[in-house]
Write a protein that binds this ligand. Structure first.
Ligand code: SF4
Length: 281
């Protein structure tokens, strides 16, 4: 059995950077907390917790001397609370999210109405809204454009993980309704690159494993995309979930992983699969 890895898999730049920054802060000494989870992967979250990186949900709950802001960023008032508490702040906001925050500030200065293509409760969207203290709207589908107010000049950006086609469909609906608007495409290529690479691989193999958290939306989406072209698509969180029966008759096996899956977890899966492949040869 030949094992083929997806061309692009595992942590994106922003998540990898945030975890490295948290680990470096821990190595400096003292207690380290993160505001919200650094990554949507239960095994990586458990590893970080075991290393001593504590997760809290509110700035008031930080009980050490260092707090890490995750890749999604945080609202300015959250930074104010942390500064007032004289905490050491490690700002791991992804530079691509910081770019969206700066665009929101520019739209504010220009008197535009901020429209974010995304999901209202997503932490990245909430962090960006904090940089726009004016009228703002979050839309997730072209149908929702009809409910926006009349007479505005929209300034449109996207939650970085939104599918490009949804962003473009919403821009088309906005262009049809408003004579003047500005759109900045802030969709991050990390998600798209992983999806395209996994789909490509799924067309070339007999079966494919998608490694990642069951509650991770990017992992589930990857499995859906691969299942469209390869019926033997299996989503697993760890190597323990590999079922040798799933590999019966498989000559080419693919392995892909979303942007929230750590490299060490992918390697444990590959090691187990190589052992099974050697046993079968
Ligand atoms: S998906 Fe893109 S924008 Fe989001 S954290 Fe990763 S690199 Fe940054």
């Amino acid at each position: 059995m030949q094992i083929i890895l997806s061309d692009v898999l595992g942590f994106c730049f922003g998540v990898s950077r945030a975890i490295t920054m948290a680990e470096e802060a821990l190595a400096d000494g003292g207690a380290v907390s993160t505001l919200g989870s650094l990554v949507h992967n239960p095994q990586e979250t458990a590893r970080l917790a075991a290393a001593g990186i504590r997760q809290v949900e509110m700035p008031e709950e930080v009980d050490g001397d260092t707090v890490v802001i995750r890749a999604h960023g945080a609202r300015p008032e959250t930074f104010d609370v942390l500064r007032a508490r004289h905490l050491r702040i490690i700002d791991a906001t992804c530079p691509f999210v910081q770019k969206s925050q700066r665009i929101a500030q520019r739209f504010m200065a220009q008197g535009k109405t901020l429209i974010i293509v995304g999901h209202e409760n997503h932490p990245e969207v909430q962090s960006i809204l904090g940089y726009f203290p004016g009228p703002a709207h979050v839309v997730a589908s072209p149908d929702e454009v009809a409910a926006l107010p009349d007479g505005i000049t929209p300034g449109v950006i996207a939650q970085t993980t939104m599918p490009e086609e949804i962003f473009q469909a919403i821009i088309a609906a906005i262009a049809a309704r408003y004579p003047r608007y500005e759109a900045c495409d802030t969709v991050c290529s990390a998600t798209r690159e992983r999806q395209e690479a996994a789909r490509r691989l799924a067309t070339q193999v007999d079966a494919i494993y998608i490694v990642g958290g069951r509650r991770s939306s990017n992992t589930n989406r990857l499995a859906e995309i691969c299942h469209q072209v390869c019926s033997r698509t299996y989503l697993i969180e760890t190597a323990d979930e590999i079922n040798p029966a799933d590999l019966a008759g498989v000559e080419k096996l693919g392995v892909a992983a979303g942007a929230s899956t750590p490299a060490w977890l992918i390697h444990t899966v590959i090691d187990r699969l190589e052992t099974l492949a050697n046993q079968g040869s």
